[in-house]
Design a protein around this ligand. Structure first.
Ligand SMILES: *Cc1c(COP(=O)(O)O)cnc(C)c1O
Length: 400
């Protein structure tokens, strides 16, 4: 009898009871807008920002409407404008080049290695030949490159780094939280990320002018003094007449459900990594399948899992996906010629011209990906591994 996995790859956990109670409180008093406060009241959004700054060790934090908004806001706040070039990963998701395009700039793609991180040699070459002065670094699927090497490369070349931490909230490199190496760190609290408010995001920085510009950009009007994790009014005086309002605020309802999730984040990361290690153990030494090694300096968040079927023909990968899907295991494939659901690749973003990237294409052509929601048990992960293992062997033996 062949086993079939019955779970759902898209089912997240419920919002914690404390969050539901806090949300009801906001609904009862009706002050959902972050600047709508009673006398002496601190808004849920302002408190959340203060707590997020503490959690990441950043001087300033801003909560916004989405992760994609945080990315675009960060680009504007560091001064990127129409016609500029912005370096970014070829292996990422659509909101990243989309944020670059949203400010009229052009993405310059940098290749990916077998460890699924940005290729630092390629980055050095792209910096030199593009002249770009900003890197939007996507820690795609939670794989963190050697950040010490990346930062010394970028610092030496005068390249400002904005980190896309949509998949690394709660992660760290060499004990420094992800998002705290570059000038700005951006996070998402969209349902499929590490905290769930449906939509939402954050931006953190230690730079007072970037912080003040981001607050005004996000739609503070002249109410910026109601922030608890923003610079003093003298900094806003310097930027307020020159910074446009591009509204993208967070609201108190979302902030209310995020505050208890932030307190639980570390424990959730441990749970994710437990599931990840179970799945990984079940796929060790599977002929045809290459696991992605994790660097010991990386404190990652195993909220998704990737494996490489290097140099398989496309038809074999298609067969593998179909066979796994028939047994309830939804794999995503970054080698598909057409964008599907959330998955697309650098050459499907045709607004951003690029030359073919052979080394990157080889990785993407073999890359399969799956989500690990916390609603899965260890038994679920062991079963998913058995199914993938059996189907990889079956296809591989047929000469795949
Ligand atoms: C989800 C995601 C974002 C953007 O987040 P939204 O909150 O959905 O706008 C950015 N980068 C990556 C890699 C993502 O997966």
């Amino acid at each position: 009898m062949t086993e079939r996995f019955q779970g759902s790859f898209t089912q997240q956990e419920p919002i914690p009871g404390e969050g539901i109670a806090a949300a009801l409180e906001v609904l009862r008093h009706g002050r959902l807008h972050r600047y709508n406060v009673a006398a002496g009241e601190l808004s849920e959004t302002a408190l959340l920002e203060q707590e997020f700054a503490q959690a990441t060790g950043a001087r300033y934090a801003l909560a916004v409407a989405s992760g994609g908004y945080a990315l675009g806001c960060a680009l504007r706040a560091v001064g990127v404008g129409p016609g500029d070039k912005v370096l970014t990963n070829a292996f990422t998701l659509a909101p990243v080049p989309g944020a670059i395009a949203s400010v009229g700039a052009t993405p310059v793609f940098v290749g990916v290695t077998e460890r699924l991180v940005i290729d630092l040699d390629d980055l050095g070459e792209r910096i030199a030949d593009s002249g770009a002065r900003v890197l939007m670094l996507s820690h795609m699927r939670g794989h963190i490159c050697d950040m010490d090497r990346l930062m010394s490369l970028c610092d030496a070349a005068g390249v400002t780094v904005i980190e896309d931490c949509a998949h690394t909230m709660g992660a760290a490199w060499n004990a420094v939280p992800s998002g705290r190496h570059g000038a700005v760190g951006c996070y998402s609290t969209q349902t499929y990320k590490h905290m769930n408010s449906g939509e939402g995001g954050f931006l953190v920085t230690d730079d007072e002018e970037i912080a003040a510009r981001a607050v005004i950009l996000s739609g503070s009007y002249m109410l910026y003094e109601r922030h608890l994790a923003a610079p003093g009014p003298e900094v806003f005086e310097r930027v307020k007449y020159h910074t446009p309002n591009v509204s993208g605020r967070m609201d108190n309802l979302r902030a209310a459900i995020l505050r208890p999730q932030l307190r639980a984040l570390d424990a959730q990361v441990d749970r994710w990594n437990g599931l990840y290690r179970t799945l990984e153990a079940g796929l060790r030494d599977c002929p045809g399948l290459t696991l992605v090694d994790r660097d010991p300096r990386e404190r990652f968040v195993g909220s998704s899992f990737q494996a490489l079927m290097l140099d398989w023909p496309a038809s074999a990968l298609e067969a593998l996906l179909a066979r796994c899907a028939a047994r309830g295991v939804e794999l995503k494939w970054f080698g598909a010629p057409e964008p599907v659901a959330f998955t697309s690749r650098y050459d499907s973003w045709r607004y951003a011209p690029c030359a073919p990237m052979a080394a990157t294409d080889r990785i993407l052509a073999g890359l399969v990906d799956l989500r690990l929601p916390l609603t899965f048990s260890h038994d679920d992960c062991a079963q998913i591994a058995r199914i993938i293992r059996a189907e990889v062997s079956a296809v591989h033996q047929q000469g795949g």
